[in-house]
Design a protein around this ligand. Structure first.
Ligand code: PEP
Length: 257
């Protein structure tokens, strides 16, 4: 059975003090859910501090982005080795906000994925259709275009470690959530596509999260779906009580499996 992964994407939020307070509350509230893997993606400035605060706990550290290069003259960028240096396990790549506001295309995301695997980081690769694509009944076409291009040079051994986040762009930060049926349909389609690309064994083991306005109230229904192996949470991850409630909802959802 795949272990569910619930990850917090704090985006450009939280000072060091806020981050430490958050971790203190979170750890006390998720003690009874050891079956769920939890990760926090703070801003770069808080990675080292959050990493220290998480030491000895089961919560993993994730970065929100990275550069693909080893080192060099890339002002303002952070390398994969630097993320390893602060004990990151995961790195979020291809988030729609990076694609939309920072012009990241599938080629660049592919290079970042290669670099992540080379540096023993586990990428959480975000893909999702836009509002227009959904309304043009082009959801699957969009998912296929992104996934094929992002993974174009990724080998089968690497693909087995991948996490995919199905994040409909229209649901991110909008309060509008995909219905559990629609979220499941997207996740199932992605799993089938992974099967076509890498075979059924990899397809069965790859974890596919759902992201897009996940909250304590809708998490259990979403996470009970057969092909949904966790959540990538933005807005609701800023409050440790809400985020912990989502982790607990994931644990209840596992009991239905
Ligand atoms: C995200 O940023 O990945 C996300 C899913 O955000 P939100 O939960 O706020 O929709």
């Amino acid at each position: 059975m795949r272990t569910k992964l619930v990850a917090a994407n704090w985006k450009m939020h939280k000072t060091l003090r806020d981050s430490k307070e958050f971790v203190g509350v979170l750890l006390s509230q998720i003690k009874n859910t050891p079956e769920i893997e939890v990760a926090l993606a703070p801003p770069f400035t808080a990675l080292a501090t959050v990493g220290e605060t998480l030491k000895g706990s089961r919560v993993r550290l994730a970065a929100q982005n990275m550069h693909f290069g080893g080192q060099g003259a890339y002002t303002g960028e952070i390398s994969p080795a630097m993320l390893r240096d602060v004990a990151c396990t995961y790195v979020i790549l291809g988030h729609s906000e990076r694609r939309q506001h920072f012009g990241e295309d599938d080629d660049l995301i592919n290079r970042k994925l290669v670099a992540a695997f080379e540096n023993q980081l586990i990428p959480i690769l975000c893909v999702g259709e836009s509002f227009q694509e959904r309304h043009a009944q082009a959801t699957e076409k969009a998912l296929e275009r992104q996934l094929r291009a992002d993974l174009k040079t990724i080998a089968v051994e690497q693909a087995s470690r991948l996490v995919i986040a199905y994040e409909p762009v229209w649901a991110i930060g909008t309060g509008e959530t995909a219905s559990p049926t629609d979220a499941e349909q997207g996740a199932r389609f992605l799993r089938e596509l992974v099967g076509l690309l890498y075979g059924s064994k990899i397809a069965e083991s790859v974890r596919i999260q759902y992201g897009g306005s996940v909250k304590p109230e809708n998490a259990e229904d979403l996470l009970s779906q057969l092909n949904i192996d966790g959540a990538l949470v933005g807005g609701a991850s800023l409050d440790p009580h809400q985020f912990a409630a989502i982790v607990r909802a994931a644990a209840r959802a596992m009991k239905h499996a």
